[in-house]
Design a protein around this ligand. Structure first.
Ligand SMILES: NC(=O)c1ccc[n+]([C@@H]2O[C@H](COP(=O)([O-])OP(=O)(O)OC[C@H]3O[C@@H](n4cnc5c(N)ncnc54)[C@H](O)[C@@H]3O)[C@@H](O)[C@H]2O)c1
Length: 255
């Protein structure tokens, strides 16, 4: 039985139609929050909205006008979870500049725009939580993921900067990042074929030989486990955790 510690709170979760975002949205809702899910338009967002008994807002976060419309439609929230993301695996010399722009727009510029728009309301109401779903790739690099690694390192810079600004304005507004290693979601499943291609190995060897080589514990993380860490950061008594990069990396960085 979960605590109902988020009753009366309103949350926006981006990328809420799948994987970690859907698990986060369900966890926050189970704790009493009213959750507005956002994602690209499609049946997955419709399905998530039904599951959350909410009205989802479709927005392509790579498109600035869509981000502005999302901000206008959602209005003020107490909890902002910047989770939407995507991966593109390619050596730098073949890296598609359009994909570079897309990854940076979705995983760095959209969190900036959403945070920029939503912190004022948090300051005014005296409470708020911004949680950026970053990655262990916000702290270390892996080859062939230049845009992803750059965006995730960038979002940690954004997290720390806004945490300092928020602490000065309203100490009950915290800003944090979560840095998981590999989580069992469609984003990881889609990478397996691409990783097999660039490394020249069979797909069934990618998880053990490529994805989990850095993990001390050789296990994929479950989305519900990440969702519980987001809920922890949203708790009242987590006020002292701000500007943090909370690693859930199965020991990756302990080496
Ligand atoms: N799965 C992992 O191993 C892992 C590890 C560390 C961090 N992360 C991060 O967790 C977050 C969620 O990833 P996931 O693994 O649940 O992936 P996922 O593919 O299951 O979900 C990502 C969601 O983001 C949405 N999205 C993608 N592009 C978008 C756009 N332009 N506009 C709006 N929404 C868009 C997708 O539609 C999808 O619903 C991402 O930021 C990812 O970088 C994932």
């Amino acid at each position: 039985m979960r605590p109902r510690d988020l009753v009366g709170r309103r949350a926006l979760v981006t990328g809420a139609a799948s994987g970690i975002g859907l698990a986060v949205a369900e966890e926050l809702r189970a704790r009493g929050a009213h959750v507005v899910p956002s994602d690209v338009a499609g049946p997955a967002l419709h399905e998530a909205s039904l599951r959350l008994e909410s009205v989802g807002v479709a927005a392509d976060l790579s498109n600035r006008e869509d981000v502005e419309r999302l901000i206008a439609e959602v209005g003020d929230v107490d909890i902002l979870v910047n989770n939407a993301g995507l991966q593109h695996v390619s050596p730098i010399e073949e890296f598609d500049p359009g994909m570079w722009d897309r990854l940076l727009a979705v995983m760095l510029t959209a969190p900036f725009l959403l945070t920029r728009a939503m912190v004022s309301g948090m300051y005014a109401r005296g409470w708020g939580r911004v949680v950026n779903v970053a990655s262990v790739h916000g702290l270390v690099a892996s080859p062939y993921k230049s845009a992803y690694v750059t965006a995730k390192h960038g979002v940690l810079g954004l997290t720390k900067t806004v945490a300092l600004e928020a602490a000065a304005r309203c100490p009950q507004v915290t800003v944090n990042a979560i840095c998981p290693s590999y989580v069992r979601t469609p984003l990881v499943e889609k990478q397996i074929a691409a990783q097999a291609r660039v490394h020249g190995i069979p797909e069934d060897e990618v998880v053990s030989r490529i994805l989990l080589t850095q993990n001390a514990v050789k296990r994929l993380i479950e989305p519900s486990e990440v969702a519980k860490s987001v809920a922890y950061l949203c708790q009242e008594e987590s006020w002292s955790v701000t500007g943090a990069a909370l690693t859930m990396d199965a020991g990756w960085l302990a080496h």
